[in-house]
Design a protein around this ligand. Structure first.
Ligand code: LMR
Length: 350
């Protein structure tokens, strides 16, 4: 009996060895090294949420930033970009950032003003005369440093400013030329007291709504006009309804590039440096691409026979500025005098 058991066991072992050999079980295979595959523990993911289309100044900047950070950190840090408000809209993204539900966002300056009213300084109309004055402000300026530093009290790390362009007026029914054309006009604005005052001074009816709702609101005639950049108007197809576009260049639309502060603090110094290097490296590129996109989008709009584009004359601009004059007083007296002075100094010297 013992003999049969031994034979049976030996046969079983031989059989298992043959099967094992044929299935390649005993070969220790070394997997090829894939430097894209960083251990999950080591990889750092930055979720970056924004509200505009991918082919816009902010959309392209976010993608470029992701590419540079991946390259500089050898894939250790991955920036995952969520465009078009698919994660958060502009009413919820700041809170999501503060709760670290996303690690990065880039809201417009206007959308910072509820949290930090002094940021309204960048909403003031007719301050910037050309793109160069904006570019130098974003590159390096005392005002930029002070605004970004203010974010610390809100537990937000302010990283940089990105450009979009000058704001224009797009209207459904009527081309806006003189300030009288604003009377009773329901105009969509971003959430900013200064922007509300601006349109109240023109006797318009400002209506705050998030970017994701604008199309719906113009379609159902909840709003009859808006101020926005040409790239935002074109990329979202707002001109389908708002066919009358006035090139007024009355204000600027730029972005604060923000990170959750505790997340930033959790990164080691080398990674923080790579992130800053990426932003420094892309700053001029980002600015120039924004100008280009706005110019290209304008050309596209000009080629559409149904779209009516008009540039304000110098006289009309003067008339707008006169009507809006009390807004500077509002900012200076009610918000902050230092920031206003810094802005004027910047314009004078650039
Ligand atoms: C808007 O709400 O009109 C813009 O702020 C959208 C954007 O982020 O450019």
């Amino acid at each position: 009996m013992k003999y049969f058991i031994t034979i049976a066991l030996a046969l079983l072992i031989i059989l298992a060895s043959i099967i094992g050999y044929r299935q390649n079980i005993f070969n220790i295979v070394t997997l090829p090294y894939d430097d894209e595959q960083i251990g999950l523990q080591e990889q750092i993911i930055i979720h970056f949420s924004h509200v505009v289309a991918e082919n816009t100044p902010k959309g392209l900047a976010a993608a470029k930033f992701a590419e540079l950070v991946k390259e500089k950190t050898n894939g250790r840090v991955l920036v995952q970009v969520y465009p078009n408000g698919i994660l958060y809209n502009d009413e919820t993204e700041l809170q999501a950032l503060q709760k670290n539900e996303v690690q990065m966002i880039a809201p417009t300056f206007s959308k910072m003003t509820d949290l930090l009213p002094r940021w309204q300084v960048l909403d003031l109309p007719f301050v910037f005369e050309d793109e160069q004055q904006i570019k130098s402000l974003y590159e390096k300026s005392e005002l930029k440093t002070m605004l970004l530093d203010e974010l610390e009290q809100k537990k937000i790390k302010g990283l940089d400013f990105w450009h979009n362009g000058f704001k224009q007026i797009a209207a459904n029914e009527q081309l806006i030329r003189e300030t009288g054309d604003f009377t009773s006009l329901r105009i969509r604005i971003m959430a900013s007291d200064l922007l509300r005052h601006q349109f109240q001074l023109l006797d318009a009816v400002p209506i705050t709504t998030s970017f994701g709702n604008v199309y719906y609101e113009i379609e159902r005639k909840g709003v009859e006009a808006q101020e926005n950049t040409i790239s935002n108007i074109y990329s979202k197809g707002f001109h389908t309804y708002e066919k009358n576009i006035t090139l007024s260049n009355h204000g600027i639309l730029g972005y604060a590039v923000l990170m959750n502060e505790s997340f930033w603090d959790s990164l080691d110094g080398e990674i923080q440096q790579h992130i800053m290097d990426a932003l420094n490296e892309m700053r001029n590129w980002q600015f120039d691409v924004s100008v280009e996109i706005n110019n290209d989008s304008l050309r596209e709009l000009e080629s559409l026979p149904e779209v009516n584009i008009y540039s304000l004359t110098a006289e009309e601009k003067t008339e707008w500025k006169e009507r809006l004059a009390p807004i500077y007083y509002y900012y200076e007296k009610e918000i902050d005098v230092t920031y206003y002075k810094l802005l004027l100094e910047h314009i004078e010297n650039n």
